[in-house]
Design a protein around this ligand. Structure first.
Ligand code: FE
Length: 346
C-alpha cells in the first residue's frame, strides 16, 4: 500500500495514550517511479518501521533541505543523478556513514569518496545508461555509435536532446570532459548545438518520440525510459518503438556513460539507525532485483539475478560501461554549465 504522509501529519499520536516509541523513517525522495511503492512496503513489513515520504524533484528536495536546516525531518535522501548527489554532498546536506554491508555491496566507483572521518556521504543504489536512439529508416547504428559522432556535420539538423542543463546531461557532459579534456569537450558541445533539430525541450521520452515521428533522426535517452516503452503493450508506445534503434555508444573506446540513482543519510537525521538500515535494505538482493525488474535499472550490487526482457533485448550479452568514478563526473558540472553558456546550449 501507499504510505505517504505529509509533514503536517507528523507527531499526531493520540493524547490519551503513551504508545511505545513508534519506529519511523522520514524519506525525502526524488525517485519518480511508481514501481518503488513495493520497495517501501516491503521494508516496513520486514522491520515494522513506518515510512513517511516527501516526494519532489532533486532540485526541490535540495532547496527544501537547505531551508529546513537542522529542523529538517529528513532521515534518508534519495536522488537520481550523480551531479545532484555531488551538489548535495558539497552542500553539507548528507551525514557520512560507515556501513560494512553497503561497502561490501556497492563498488567504490559508485559511491562518494570517503570523507575525512572515513565515512561515505552517499551510495549509488542503481544505475542507468545514457544511450543513443536513432531512426532505423534513415541512419545506421554505425553512424551514431560513439558520443563524439553526435557532433558530426553529417548529423546537422537531426539531433534531439533535452536541456543541456538537466542533471542527466550535465553528468554525461561531465564524463565527456573526463574523457576528452575540457577544450575538446567544448568543441564537441558546439557541434551538438549545430546539429540540433529543435531547441532542447521535454524529457527523454519526448526525444525518443521525436525520432519516431521523424522530427529528428538521433536522440539521447536514459535506458529506463526506453525500456518502459519497449515493455509497454499500448499501441502508441509499440508504434513509437517500431523504427527506433538503440546504440550503446563507445563500445570500442571508453564505454557507455552510466549514471547512478543513490541514497544518503540526511545531515540532521533524527532516526539515523533506521536510515542506515533502509539504505542497507536498498542494497539487498531483493531490493536490487526490484530496481531491475520494477524500474528497468541495473543493480549496483554484484551477482544480483534479474530477468528484465527489455534490458536483455537492449544489451544482449551485456555492454561495456565507462569506468570513471561517478563522483568525478558530478564534480565537473559547474565547468560544464559554463561551457554550455558559452556555446549557447539551453
Ligand atoms: Fe528520470
Amino acid at each position: 500500500m501507499v504510505a505517504i504522509a505529509l509533514a503536517g501529519a507528523f507527531g499526531m499520536a493520540p493524547a490519551h495514550s503513551a504508545p511505545a516509541a513508534e519506529q519511523v523513517l522520514n524519506i525525502y525522495s526524488a525517485r519518480h517511479y511508481p514501481t518503488d511503492e513495493a520497495l517501501y512496503a516491503d521494508f516496513s513489513k520486514a522491520t515494522g518501521i513506518q515510512i513517511k515520504r516527501v516526494d519532489s524533484d532533486d532540485a526541490g528536495i535540495l532547496t527544501r533541505l537547505k531551508a529546513e536546516g537542522a529542523a529538517s525531518a529528513a532521515d534518508v535522501i534519495l536522488l537520481v543523478d550523480a551531479a545532484r548527489l555531488w551538489r548535495a554532498e558539497v552542500g553539507g546536506l548528507f551525514l557520512p556513514i560507515k556501513s560494512n554491508k553497503l561497502e561490501a555491496a556497492i563498488p567504490p566507483t559508485l559511491r562518494a569518496k570517503p570523507s575525512d572521518g572515513g565515512g561515505t556521504a552517499w551510495f549509488g543504489l542503481s544505475t542507468r545508461a545514457r544511450v543513443v536512439v536513432y531512426d532505423k529508416r534513415k541512419l545506421a547504428a554505425a553512424d551514431v555509435d560513439a558520443y563524439e559522432k553526435l557532433a558530426a556535420p553529417e548529423l546537422k539538423g537531426k539531433l534531439c536532446i533535452r536541456s543541456g542543463s538537466h542533471p542527466y546531461n550535465l553528468s554525461l557532459f561531465g564524463a565527456m570532459t573526463e574523457h576528452l579534456g575540457p577544450a575538446a569537450t567544448e568543441v564537441w558541445l558546439k557541434g551538438l548545438v549545430n546539429n540540433l533539430a529543435r531547441s532542447p525541450m521535454g524529457g527523454d521520452t519526448d526525444q525518443i518520440k521525436g525520432v519516431a515521428s521523424g522530427e529528428c533522426q538521433v536522440a539521447v535517452t536514459n535506458t529506463y525510459y526506453l525500456a518502459r516503452l519497449m515493455r509497454s503493450t499500448q499501441a502508441d508506445d509499440v508504434a513509437t518503438m517500431r523504427h527506433v534503434g538503440v546504440v550503446f555508444p563507445n563500445q570500442n573506446s571508453w564505454g557507455t556513460h552510466v549514471n547512478v540513482a543513490g541514497g544518503a543519510v540526511a545531515r540532521y537525521a533524527k532516526n539515523k539507525d533506521n536510515a542506515v538500515k533502509f539504505l542497507e535494505y536498498l542494497a539487498s538482493p531483493s531490493a536490487q532485483n526490484h530496481f531491475a525488474n520494477g524500474n528497468n535499472e541495473w543493480p549496483v550490487a554484484k551477482g544480483v539475478a534479474f530477468d528484465n526482457p527489455a534490458l536483455k533485448a537492449m544489451t544482449g550479452a551485456g555492454f561495456k560501461s565507462e569506468l570513471l568514478p561517478i563522483s568525478a563526473v558530478g564534480m565537473n558540472q559547474i565547468k560544464v554549465q559554463q561551457m554550455l553558456d558559452r556555446v549557447g546550449m539551453k
